[in-house]
Ligand binder design. Sequence first.
Ligand code: CU
Length: 169
Amino acid sequence: MKNVMMFGMGVVLLSSCSMMGGGMKSGTMSNGTMSDGAMAVKQGTASYSLGRQPAATDITPMGNVAVAVNGATVATNAKLTGVAANTYYVAHYHNQGSTQTTDPCSSNGPALLDSMMVGKSDAGGNLTLTGSVAKTVVQAATYYNVHTAKDESGAPADAGVACSAVKIP
Ligand SMILES: [Cu+2]
C-alpha cells in the first residue's frame, strides 16, 4: 500500500514540474526527498539564430536552432529556409577550435559526430533538422553548424552553410 501511494505522489510531482510550479500545496509534500529529486532534474531551453556561412555561395540560409535540455538529454530542432531544394544537409555541434576568433563558427573546431542530424530540404528550400543526444556529448560545444551533405549518410560536403554560437543551457 505504501508503494502505491508513493507512485501516486511521483506522478503528481512530475506533472506539476512540467507546468512550472503552481498548485503545489505543502500538505502532500511531507516526503521532502521525493520533491527534491523531482525538482532536481535540470531543464533549460535556448534558441539561436543561424547565420550564413562562407560555403553558402549561392543560397541564403536563414533560421534558428532550438536547444532543450531535459535531464541528461539534449533535444535539438533546427528550422531553416533559403537552402537548396531537395538536398541533404547535416548538422553537428562542434567544440571550440584553435583558430583565434571571436566567432566560434570560425574557430574550425571538431564536430561532435554523435550529435549528427541529417535532413533533406523540400522543393521550396525549407529544412528541418532534429536530433537527441546525451548531454555529456555536447555540453562543451560552442557552436552548431549546418553543412551541405553528400547524401543521406550525412557526410559533410562543405565547411558549413549556416551556423550559430551556442551554449548548452
Ligand atoms: Cu559540423
